[in-house]
Design a protein around this ligand. Structure first.
Ligand code: FES
Length: 308
């Protein structure tokens, strides 16, 4: 039969090893819980690192000592003994006692291991807690809304007369000057050059067209306008968008057009938005709508979109 090699040979050493394993598992359990408490209290990066090292290290040390000192690597073959002999009976009784001893030790160590794994689970909860709140619909919306006046960085309304042909200016909805999600480019592309279709053309009054400034590849601001070709160029990876044809990408890694903001030219020469962008701005993400956004109650939906 097979049995722990050290059982019955050095009880003092076994007890020491057992205590060391339990102590190591205890360190794992306590440091895992301490890590969770520290995180809940505001966290401290260096201390969190030390506690995580103790948590993982304790588990490794405990398992290592358990395997080295308390588990058998010995192969024993029981000889067939004569039936009914007294010596055989005595050996059987001794084996049973030692088996029981091994069994109780195993139970204690298993309980210790469960405690250690509980502490480790506490430590592993932290990455989940650090994910922060779910974004909800915030990735689909920007501060643009129906009737919002188009303003510049200084918060003052932009007028058509202030943008010469081939001119471009960064704009925001009034009250949100400088907002990262809302930033857009108002371009005087010239009515005779624009080749937009359907409502996309209606959203470009007098040859002025407004696109999100956030690159649909990785979110850099698309700030370079090559007027001679009517192209917007992203400086990060050179994605190029055809302004005259709905800002569709013609070069580079961007896979979808810059969303067009529906705008109206007011009689006083200023611009107002007809609603929010018809699709999410910026890089694509896991559940981005493949088509136009489905607007819910309370959303300020733009007029129905027609693909240019
Ligand atoms: S972020 Fe614009 S091309 Fe990569």
């Amino acid at each position: 039969m097979t049995r722990p090699a050290s059982l019955g040979t050095d009880p003092a050493r076994e007890r020491t090893a057992e205590r060391a394993v339990l102590a190591a598992f205890g360190v794992t359990g306590l440091s895992g819980i301490a890590l969770l408490v520290l995180y809940a209290l505001g966290g401290q990066t260096q201390l969190e690192g030390i506690l995580l090292a103790l948590c993982l290290g304790g588990l490794g040390v405990g398992i290592g000592i358990w395997a080295q000192e308390l588990m058998s690597d010995e192969l024993r073959i029981e000889q067939r003994h004569p039936l009914g002999g007294d010596a055989a009976s005595s050996e059987a009784v001794a084996d049973a006692l030692l088996d029981e001893q091994g069994f109780s030790r195993r139970r204690i160590l298993q309980v210790g291991l469960l405690g250690a794994l509980g502490g480790l689970a506490s430590a592993l909860v932290l990455p989940v807690l650090s994910l922060g709140p779910a974004p909800g619909r915030s990735l689909f919306r920007t501060p643009w809304s129906k009737g919002a006046t188009v303003v510049g960085f200084d918060g003052r309304p932009i007028t058509a007369s202030s943008i010469p042909v081939d001119g471009v200016v960064t704009v925001f909805p009034t009250g949100f000057a400088g907002d990262a999600d809302a930033q857009a480019l108002l371009i005087n592309a010239g009515a005779s050059r624009l080749e937009l279709q359907g409502q996309a053309a209606d959203w470009a009054p007098g040859g002025f067209v407004c696109y999100s400034k956030i690159c649909t590849h990785a979110g850099c601001p698309v700030g370079l306008y090559r007027a001679s070709q009517g192209e917007l160029i992203c400086p990060c990876h050179q994605s190029t968008f055809d302004v005259l044809h709905g800002a569709v990408p013609t070069f580079g890694p961007a896979a979808r057009p810059l969303p067009q903001l529906p705008i109206r030219l007011e009689p006083d020469g200023t611009f107002t938005a007809l609603g929010d962008f018809p699709e999410p701005v910026g890089p694509s993400f896991w559940n981005r709508a493949l088509g136009p956004i489905e607007f819910g109650p309370g959303d300020d939906a733009p007029p129905e979109q027609t693909t240019p």
